[in-house]
Design a protein around this ligand. Structure first.
Ligand code: FES
Length: 235
């Protein structure tokens, strides 16, 4: 799993003024709309004591309110109100959660899960009817294919010239790993199984401030390319 891409979060029609919990890349997120209808996607873990924001409420000031002690977070992930310190005291800088860029297209709410600045982000790919049909065909087949996962070594399969696009795709994945965008899923899952650590997928604001409560999701160290698969012409 890779950060720094646009991911579909919900159908536009399903997102309203009730916080919606979604799990993407093995991390919990909360999606909601403010009173003007703008969608927001945040890390679901409250910066105070770790409660799930998606169990809270959308408030009239465009925030989502934590169900535990009532802290409010706006679409930037900034805590705007802490009831216990009163309305005259500003929340501390670390009272914030990761907030992800959002775009709505094709009737879908997309969130950019990663920390790239806007100028470096890839665009949301155009979708046409033919591509959508091929994708749905592939999903039907892949639901039953075994093994489900790509072999760990490219020498454990036999590619044909027609499979070149697969290798090109994997070269891209290697490139993303070299950029440090591949999540260390065993480390994420081990922490989840222990129940002692919750990570956050880093958002763009982490590049400008170090004031965060949650640690960033662990990522694999950048590595060199894997060896290319054997490309053989059938005969
Ligand atoms: S855990 Fe969210 S306000 Fe306390």
């Amino acid at each position: 799993m890779y950060i720094n891409f646009w991911y579909p979060v919900a159908r536009s029609q399903d997102l309203g003024r009730t916080p919606l919990k979604v799990r993407i890349l093995a991390h919990d997120l909360v999606a909601f709309r403010d009173q003007a209808g703008h969608a927001a996607v945040l890390s679901d873990t409250c910066a105070h004591r770790g409660a799930s924001l998606s169990a809270g409420k959308c408030k009239e000031d465009g925030t989502v309110q934590c169900p535990y002690h009532g802290w409010r977070f706006d679409a930037r992930g900034v805590c705007t109100r802490i009831p216990s310190i009163g309305s005259k005291t500003r929340p501390p800088p670390r009272a914030r959660v990761d907030a992800y860029p959002v775009e709505e297209r094709y009737g879908i709410v997309f969130a950019f899960l990663g920390d790239l600045p806007e100028a470096s982000r890839p665009p949301i790919m155009a979708v046409n009817e033919r591509n959508a049909y091929i994708a749905s065909q592939d999903i039907r087949v892949m639901n039953t294919v075994q093994p489900r996962l790509t072999p760990p070594s490219r020498t454990k399969e036999l590619m044909m010239p027609a499979d070149k696009c697969i290798l090109q795709y994997r070269d891209k994945l290697d490139e993303f790993r070299r950029q440090g965008w591949k999540l260390d899923m065993p480390a994420v899952q081990a922490a989840r199984a222990r129940g002692d650590t919750i990570f956050a997928i880093p958002c763009p604001a982490r590049r400008v401030t170090r004031a965060w409560v949650l640690d960033e999701a662990p990522r694999l160290a950048p590595a060199s390319s894997e060896t290319s698969a054997v490309l053989q012409v059938a005969g």
